[in-house]
Design a protein around this ligand. Structure first.
Ligand code: FMN
Ligand code: SF4
Length: 421
């Protein structure tokens, strides 16, 4: 397949404006500003079937259409470059290797929604990526792609980079906005949705880095072209998969949406790390989604196929585990992460995440009690759907799926006070 999102990755100086322009960069911005109305850009994105790459898979064009047309206050776009979900490292490739693609995506999308500024919120740990973006933003201003009267079109759009302090919760859109405003990264209930009341109370749209990177291609080549890639009509376009764990060649791979999971592991990832250790389980969409057993791995990596298997595409971070993996230890690490990252605002998440972690830790230490497995399922069911933001669900779902699907291993740990593997 033609590499689309990663077409510049591997080229010398791919992060520079010169290389980006030489590969046809900023032509989509020229086309949008010169030959299209903002409404036409929104329509093209709707037509493409593009769904958000940040986790939930919400249709991008539809989200954009929620922005009010004649707002009295300024409108804003936020590019979510927080990328903190364990196992996820796909946006980083775009940020570091092709930052102008991300910026062009921001500018075209801001034009479509009439946004006055686009903020890129990047996690604090991505120091290298932040420096590259900073330089790319300077270059964009110097060449008239950003700032006042972009390319003489009359469209004004500032690009602002904001470096976070390294908190997973700041990837959640409402806490991201709170952090960007200079406050503590606390999520809030929706509605109001960001398109009604977002950054500083102004209409705001938040999109993931990869989502925005798709937009220049949709504008240049048309929504129908994008729609023809993958599994139309609802799972379309090129997709980045971050593959990690027990495979020979972990890394970020671009393939059409709907790539079969086994093809990713075998062909792109080079197969299982050690030939004598077969596949045991896969987390297909970042640590917050339900795990798949080896028997469930005949599935395509797209939103609807994974939902049909009771899991999610999430951030498309595929974590492969072989037969040597202790499932108790694996989920204990995941639970520790969520307990640490919970913002503590609502009781089921604050108390429940710590409780699940403590129970898992004692099973892992060989001090598990017979009632612990039902207790874990009970605690997770009381978190699910009862919290202000989806971090609670993100912590509860994997625990429930691990305990349900690998119950015999947990039971072995309790009975024998040691790992089964
Ligand atoms: C706890 C939590 C963490 C999140 N972290 C990220 C993140 O790091 N990057 C991201 O793009 N979206 C993240 N999201 C999803 C965002 O809230 C938001 O839905 C997304 O940025 C929208 O972009 P999209 O429509 O392009 O997918 C997170 C959500 C939750 C609940
Ligand atoms: S679910 Fe957790 S992270 Fe989200 S608001 Fe509640 S306590 Fe904070």
């Amino acid at each position: 397949m033609e590499r689309i999102l990663t077409r510049n990755v591997g080229k010398e100086g791919s992060h520079t404006l010169a290389v980006y322009e030489a590969s046809g960069g900023y032509q989509a911005l020229r086309k949008a500003l010169g030959a299209m109305t903002p409404e036409a850009v929104v329509e093209e994105v709707k037509r493409s079937g593009l769904r958000g790459r940040g986790g939930a898979g919400f249709p991008t064009g539809l989200k954009w259409s929620f922005m009010p047309k004649d707002a009295a206050r300024p409108k804003y776009l936020i590019c979510n470059a927080d990328e903190s979900e364990p196992g996820t490292f796909k946006d980083r490739v775009l940020i570091e290797k092709d930052p102008h693609l991300v910026l062009e995506g921001c500018l075209v999308s801001a034009f479509a929604m009439g946004a006055r500024a686009a903020f890129v919120y990047i996690r604090g740990e991505y120091v290298h990526g932040a420096r590259i973006l900073e330089r790319a933003i300077e270059e964009a201003y110097e060449k008239g792609y950003a700032g006042k009267n972009v390319l003489g079109s009359g469209f004004d759009c500032d690009l602002v980079l904001h470096v976070g302090a390294g908190a997973y919760i700041c990837g959640e859109e409402t806490s991201l906005m709170s952090s960007l405003e200079g406050n503590r990264g606390y999520p809030r209930l929706k509605p109001p949705f960001p398109a009604q009341a977002g950054l500083w109370g102004c209409p705001t749209t938040i999109n993931n880095v990869e989502t925005l990177a798709c937009v220049p291609f949709i504008v240049e080549r048309g929504g129908d072209w994008f729609l023809s890639i993958g599994k139309p009509p609802k799972n379309t376009g090129p997709k980045l998969y971050a593959l990690s764990g027990h495979v020979k060649r972990p890394g970020v791979y671009e393939a059409p949406m709907g790539l079969p999971l086994r093809e990713l592991i075998q062909n792109l990832g080079g197969g299982m790390l050690r030939d004598d250790r077969p596949l045991k389980a896969v987390i297909p969409g970042g640590s917050s989604v339900p795990v798949l057993t080896a028997d469930e791995c005949d599935v395509d990596l797209d939103f609807d196929s994974l939902a049909a298997k009771g899991s999610m595409l999430g951030s498309a971070a595929v974590i492969v585990m072989d037969s040597s993996t202790c499932m108790v230890r694996a989920i204990e690490r995941v639970a520790h992460f969520y307990a640490h990252e919970s913002c503590g605002q609502c009781t089921p998440c604050r108390e429940g995440c710590g409780w699940m972690e403590r129970v898992l830790a004692r099973i892992e230490r060989g001090e598990g009690r017979q009632e612990d497995l039902d207790l874990l399922l009970d605690v997770s069911s009381h978190i699910l759907g009862h919290t202000v933001c989806p971090l609670g669900d993100a912590a509860a779902m994997p625990v429930a799926s691990f305990v349900t699907k690998f119950r015999h291993e947990f039971q072995y740990h309790i009975d024998h006070k040691k790992c089964m593997v």
